[in-house]
Design a protein around this ligand. Structure first.
Ligand code: ADP
Ligand code: MG
Length: 334
């Protein structure tokens, strides 16, 4: 059987201390050894991976992400998304924020992947690696370069080159030599993400952040076979905008328009992933062009690329509606 290119995981975070303090009840539970989750009385969902409140960052990384990192080093593109309402654990899981101040055990996906990549590089001295990073934000269907605020207002263009690779023309790419360099670029991008906004969480919950590591590898001269080209591949780490529904946020005017744009981007992404999972996908149209996020990721979804979607869920019964919506979304893309 042909392998489905998209795997879907669900992760339920623990109740937060303030939720415990306010006596929130838990409305989700896992079915032991069954990769199933039950929400409310009787809504049962099955996924490729299910992580409960006691799951560790290491476990999530080892199970979902390590295979993608291996593919990356073999020359394939990879993408991981964190999906879910604001406060459900997306940033915690992706691990893109406050890296320096987080205990090593608590580190999320990005720092673990970076560490493993540089470890791989150090163990393959016969290969010349070039590693580059970029960091882009999509806000209201506009792109911002988080590594180059000076030019962030300038328009960044999404293009497809002759080999079918997606490139963002105008985006800064920094060549890096070690893990620490990557982390410091990531942190400076995060700082940029928050400028010009009154409230950090406000803004980050309304934009998609795409952190990308690209690698180029070539055998060292002494091993080189003249016919052999260099191999290029990239890994996107995507912290999606909060998936909460428009009505609940109770916004009007600009805010309403913003919410509609966010939801249509997430919908477009769901449509693309769902089309990719369709057994008839060779013949169905994959609607990449419907949103910026799907255009940017086009060469890293489907085809030979590996994709993992992690739907993050709050366990609180106050978030029942949003959690059910997230599970339905994840179930559709599965
Ligand atoms: P989001 O990015 O989806 O808005 P966050 O990642 O910021 O949500 O998580 C919200 C809060 O919950 C943060 O305080 C975070 O540290 C905590 N949290 C999220 N997931 C977990 C988890 N699996 N274990 C412990 N704390 C978590
Ligand atoms: Mg977040």
């Amino acid at each position: 059987m042909e392998e489905i290119p998209v795997k879907v995981a669900v992760r339920v975070r623990p109740l937060l201390s303030k939720e415990i303090l306010h006596n929130h009840q838990v409305c989700v539970r896992l079915v032991p050894n069954a990769k199933q989750i039950i929400i409310g009385k009787d809504h049962v969902f099955t996924f490729d991976f299910v992580f409960g409140k006691n799951s560790t960052q290491e476990e999530v990384y080892a199970v979902c992400i390590k295979p993608l990192l291996v593919s990356l080093t073999e020359g394939y593109n990879a993408t991981v998304f964190a999906y879910g309402q604001t406060g459900s654990g997306k940033t915690y899981t992706i691990g893109g924020d406050h890296i320096a101040s987080v205990a090593v055990d608590e580190r999320g996906i990005i720092p673990r992947a970076i560490q493993e990549l540089f470890h791989h590089i150090s163990e393959h001295r016969n290969i010349n690696f070039r590693v580059k990073v970029s960091y882009i934000e999509v806000y209201k269907e506009e792109l911002r370069d988080l590594l180059d605020l000076e030019t962030s207002v300038k328009y960044l263009h999404i293009r497809e080159d002759e080999k079918g690779n997606t490139v963002i023309v105008g985006a800064k790419e920094f060549q890096v030599e070690c893990a620490d360099e990557v982390i410091s670029l990531l942190e400076s991008g995060n700082a940029a993400r928050h400028t010009g906004t009154t409230q950090m969480n406000e803004h980050s919950s309304r934009s998609h952040a795409i952190f990308t590591i690209s690698i180029h590898q070539k055998q060292s001269a002494e091993y080189q076979n003249a016919a052999q080209d260099s191999i290029s591949s990239k890994f996107h780490f995507v912290d999606l905008a909060g998936s909460e529904r428009v009505a609940k946020t109770g916004n009007t005017g600009e805010r309403f328009k913003e919410s509609v744009q966010i939801n249509s981007g997430l919908l477009a992404l769901g449509n693309v992933i769902s089309a990719l999972g369709d057994p008839k996908r060779k013949s169905v149209h994959i609607p990449y062009r419907d949103a910026k996020i799907t255009r940017i990721l086009k060469d890293s979804l489907g085809g030979n690329a590996k994709t993992v979607m992690i739907a993050c869920i709050s366990p609180s019964s106050l978030d029942f509606d949003e959690s059910l919506n997230s599970l339905k979304y994840a179930n559709r893309v599965k």
